[in-house]
Design a protein around this ligand. Structure first.
Ligand SMILES: N[C@@H](CCC(=O)N[C@@H](CS)C(=O)NCC(=O)O)C(=O)O
Length: 217
């Protein structure tokens, strides 16, 4: 498999964690988002949305796109270890938690939004940073209410083994702590579970700030 991604990308991180948890390997191709390479003609031919990640399968065919769709594909084709619970209600809860991060929180802080705020809306850097930190924390606060109050929460977001929810939570915390310097004192359950995740190589090795690209920035 070939994974188009970028060291700083939280959506790429989600796919890398899932691949690692499932014991799958993929060759990585870096699309430098800081240099705008996602808009290069060659890459737009891979993913017309001009975003990473995209996953090319060994069997060929069009690349898979959207990290959660890729995670679901991996889950269906390589069910062990499972990243979704067996029961439909549990699956809905895990997907719901994952979506708070991946569908509601993360999209507000991606490069195209930041570029629009800077170039079109002419917002200064402190104002842009307030936006990034605010929406990143809002998603974690919503997840926190679920995690703190619901009996399904265990060592991880849902029970005692990692699921799609933990993968998305980990990325959201990396954004909050590593990128946007949020005050995370109000989301202790998220932080506790994040720390559990980081005890697992599949979560800690692909950490964006541990990638070679990060050292150069
Ligand atoms: N919902 C998408 C998000 C994809 C996305 O926005 N990726 C970011 C990096 S984390 C990107 O490539 N952004 C490029 C841009 O905004 O121009 C997914 O989960 O795959």
């Amino acid at each position: 498999m070939k994974l188009y991604g970028f060291w700083r990308s939280l959506a790429t991180y989600r796919v890398k964690v899932a691949l690692a948890l499932k014991g799958l390997a993929a060759e990585e191709v870096s699309i430098d988002l800081l240099k705008g390479r996602q808009h290069d003609k060659d890459y737009v031919a891979v993913n017309p949305q001009a975003v990473v990640p995209a996953l090319v399968l060994d069997e060929g065919g069009p690349p898979l796109f959207q990290s959660l769709a890729i995670l679901e594909y991996l889950e269906e084709t390589q069910p062990r270890p499972p990243l979704l619970p067996k029961d439909p209600r549990g699956r809905a809860r895990v997907r719901g938690l994952a979506l708070i991060a991946a569908a509601d929180g993360h999209p507000l802080v991606v490069p195209r939004i930041r570029t629009y705020m800077e170039k079109e809306l002419k917002l200064d850097e402190p104002t842009r940073n307030r936006w990034l930190a605010h929406w990143t924390l809002k998603a974690l606060e919503a997840i926190e209410v679920h995690l703190k109050g619901e009996k399904e929460t265990g060592r991880f977001c849902h029970g005692d083994s990692p699921t799609l929810a933990d993968i998305c939570l980990a990325g959201q915390v990396i954004g909050a702590v590593g990128y946007f310097k949020c005050d995370v004192s109000g989301v202790p359950t998220c932080m506790r579970i994040y720390e559990e995740c980081m005890k697992i190589d599949a979560f800690s090795k692909p950490h964006p700030l541990k990638q070679p690209g990060a050292a150069a920035h």
